[in-house]
Design a protein around this ligand. Sequence first.
Ligand code: FES
Ligand code: FES
Length: 284
Amino acid sequence: MAPRLRSNLLYENDDIERIGTFEKQGYRTEPIIYVNGNRVPDDITEKARSNQTLLSFLRDGLNLKGSKLGCAEGGCGACTVMISKYDVESGELKHIAVNACLMPALAADGCHVTTIEGIGSVKDDNLHPIQKAMVEMHGSQCGFCTPGIVVAIYSLYANNCNTKAIEEHMDGNLCRCTGYRPIWDAARSLCDDAEELVRGPCGTSCRECPERDICEQDCNLEDKKKVTADEDEQKVIVTSSKDKMAMKKSLIASSPDWADHPEKLFPSDIIDASSADSWLLRNH
Ligand code: FES
Ligand code: FES
């Protein structure tokens, strides 16, 4: 018998037989994907192809054009989206930024995908503090890289990060026209430990000042001591419970409504399907 087309997926005979067995046992054979707080309707997920990227699924299947296609090979970060999963063992949500141009759409089965459209929008003056910071600090020019950069910062924020984490994790997002300084300023302005890094009385950031080695200003001397102490401690992203909450506390202080945004957006029915077995059953 020739291979058959089922829901746009080409199956070999063996696969069809195996799928039939799964279906008889009550297991589902179609993907379930959530995007920006809502379950994608079955008639759309059914059309996801096995060789389709998540980016193509979002842009072409759901008409969410905020995530951009730049390099198509995981190098520029223009396509960054956040994948959230419920970890049954720890009972916690796990958030991770991914390049949607590399991730297969069907690998998002059982996941919640947050795109730039789910984070905030100029409609109804509903910009997320990260987006506001990008605007206020002139972190965007042509705007092609901006959605990916905002989502990348948002993912770090979802994991309660600090300025050090931002510094270490933003290297996957390239910008060709703004330059990185305003983007970096916007990102770290949301962290509690940012103020001391932003500017000394001379108006220059101590850590980026070309005269750092010879400057005798108190701010520079203090910051040098702090950097040495930090480096002596350990080079981990989240260094202490105080640092761990740094970014979140700052966001809560500036915009309480956004404090638990990633958690609020996460669909509760994923959590309700609390075991792997029930998640795979068809009656979802
Ligand atoms: S399009 Fe460049 S990393 Fe995905
Ligand atoms: S704003 Fe144009 S590439 Fe970043």
